[in-house]
Each structure stands twice: as C-alpha cells, then as structure tokens.
Design a protein around this ligand. Structure first.
Ligand SMILES: [Zn+2]
Length: 204
C-alpha cells in the first residue's frame, strides 16, 4: 500500500506563522521553470528539494522590484531557522507579500522563523536606541534607565559582552536620582535581572 503523507503529521513540529499558518497551502499549481521561453520562472532560492509540490501561486511581475530575471511563480518552501534550527514554511503567500507589497528585492530570502525574526527585530531596535542614548551629551534619569534596559537585554541575548554589567550598574545609579515610584519598580526589576545575569556568568 502506498504511503500517504499526512500534512498535519509531517508539519506538526513546524513553526506556526501567525498570518500564514504552519502547513502548506495546496493550490494544485505545479509549474517548472522554463528558461527557454522565460514564461515560467520559479524563485532560485527554492530549488526542488525544498519546494512543496502543488502549492504554487502566480506572481504579478509588474509589482516586483526590477530584476534581471523576474519570478513568475512562488512556491511554499521548506526552511530551517538559522537561529533556533526549527523548521518552518516560507509560504508562497508570504513571498508574494514580501516581493510585491513590501517591495523587498528578489534577492531577499527568509532564513529565520517568525519567532526568531521578531526577536531579532526587537533587539535591533534596542541596539539602535542604545546607540542614540549613548551619544547624548547629557541624559535624564529616565534616559539612563532606558539605556540600562537596552544594554541589559542585549547582554542577556549575548549581543553585548557580559563585562557591561558594571556599565549597567552605573546607569542605574544615574537613574536612581529620580526617585519616583514607576521608575523605582523598573530599577528594582533591572537590578534583579542584572543579579541573575551575574550569577549565570559566575556559574558558567
Ligand atoms: Zn527560529
């Protein structure tokens, strides 16, 4: 008896995308690239081994960023997250969204799952904000506190070196001058996180 693949089972451990889901979206369309006529061109970032058959959707080439070779069809494609190693689907619908609505160049590929992407975007924002605050000639206590929070988060994720703990303590001292209640609660929470991080560093 031929083995029938059950999509639910096969994709059970795939990362769920809040908008595009976790399992393939079957359209029944299964075109192959035809380089001779150029009428069909499937994205080079999704070779047959990661392409999921019968999931293609047609592209609107006129909406893509200019490219030597436009892509005429997108397929649901299997990916493995660069950061957490979990599998996920870079769906045809998401590709259409990237290349036609967001205007991403066709060179752009999705290498991280949605969870890691969100995490990374959050951290990129923190890093940027940290730099801004760092370059201020003078900081208010609230700004020192915000900077301490950014720095701490970046250390927790291993982006900043853990040597920076002294720096965060100094920022917290600067912030302590303020003395209002909200700020106090945040200061306490940050100190707690800082202590945990220092303990981890000693243990590790
Ligand atoms: Zn991931």
């Amino acid at each position: 008896m031929p083995k029938v693949k059950q999509p639910e089972k096969e994709y059970a451990d795939y990362v769920e995308h809040p908008r595009f889901g976790r399992t393939p979206h079957v359209t029944g369309l299964n075109p192959e690239s035809d380089l001779l006529t150029g009428k069909v061109y499937v994205h080079w970032h999704s070779p047959p081994e990661c392409r999921i058959p019968n999931t293609a959707i047609a592209a609107d080439v006129s909406r893509q960023a200019p490219a030597t070779l436009p892509v005429t069809h997108y397929y649901d494609a299997r990916r493995e997250c660069r950061d957490c190693g979990r599998r996920f689907i870079f769906s045809a619908r998401e590709q259409k969204y990237w290349y036609e609505d967001l205007g991403f160049p066709l060179e752009a590929d999705c290498v991280r799952c949605i969870i890691c992407r969100r995490k990374q975007q959050g951290l990129a924002g923190k890093r940027e904000r940290y730099e801004e605050l760092f370059h201020l000639a003078a900081r208010t206590p609230a700004q020192s506190l915000e900077m301490a929070e950014c720095c701490l988060s970046l250390m927790e994720e291993g982006i900043f070196h853990r040597r920076q703990t002294q720096h965060v303590r100094k920022l917290l001292k600067e912030a302590a001058v303020a003395g209002d209640k909200d700020s106090q609660a945040l200061q306490d929470a940050l100190r707690e996180r800082l202590n945990l991080l220092e303990r981890d560093t000693k243990d590790g």
